[in-house]
Design a protein around this ligand. Sequence first.
Ligand SMILES: [Zn+2]
Length: 278
Amino acid sequence: MVVQIPSVADAADLLAGREVVVLSGAGLSTDSGIPDYRGPDSPPRSPMTYQEFVSGFAAQQRYWARSHLGWRTMGGALPNDGHRAVARLQSAGAVVGVITQNVDGLHQAAGSEQVVDLHGRIDTVLCLRCGERSSRAVLDERLGQANPGFTDRGFVELAPDGDAVLSDVSGFHLVPCAVCGGALKPDVVFFGESVPRERVERCYAMVAQARAMLVVGSSLTLQSGLRFVRRARELDLPVVIVNRGPTRGDPLADLHVDAGCSQVLSELAAELGVRAGA
Ligand SMILES: [Zn+2]
């Protein structure tokens, strides 16, 4: 029996001439140095849940101490060829919108517009009391001033939510909301927390306006992303998945290219007639 391995050319055939909505996940940002904790080679991790975070000072101290270290890497991450290929496809009119499960802002950094940050942005901070949104970079400076020498501890393992693995956080000082003194949370959707309804509706609207869906770098483990693939299927849109390893969306997809995002997206953009620098 001959097993046909779907190629980039097959994917291009399905997507050509259609307005595509992109749904991206952590696998797209691994080439930017942000690890994918659901990828095939990742160690098992349990990220902090929303309930744990809001439980009080100890959990928040642990989160912010780790995250303050993780920010060294997360804050300096740059878009890769995959993000750039999506942006080129978008400026050529082939991609009409991007739904991303990533919180790193790298689609926008690569020049994409019409991006819905489904799970929020790690570069933004939210006050749990007054709702004020503020800059993570500014908070990082304040945390640095409140904890001199803390970041000299050397290597830490970084997680995609900006968290980092660190055991001793005792003595780490938190800083409060500059407006009201309330507790601060990164403006990202934690496990156990719902995506705001209005944001979900914007994504559904984007899917409804598209003529095809391209999933990149997501194993679609969470219903949070999988529901948009279901909707695309209901609307009879062709669905192409580019991901290393199987995904929960495979039974819904027309094609699954089992390979890395940066390379496949660059090739796909070329196949669709959009080349670098064009
Ligand atoms: Zn506040």
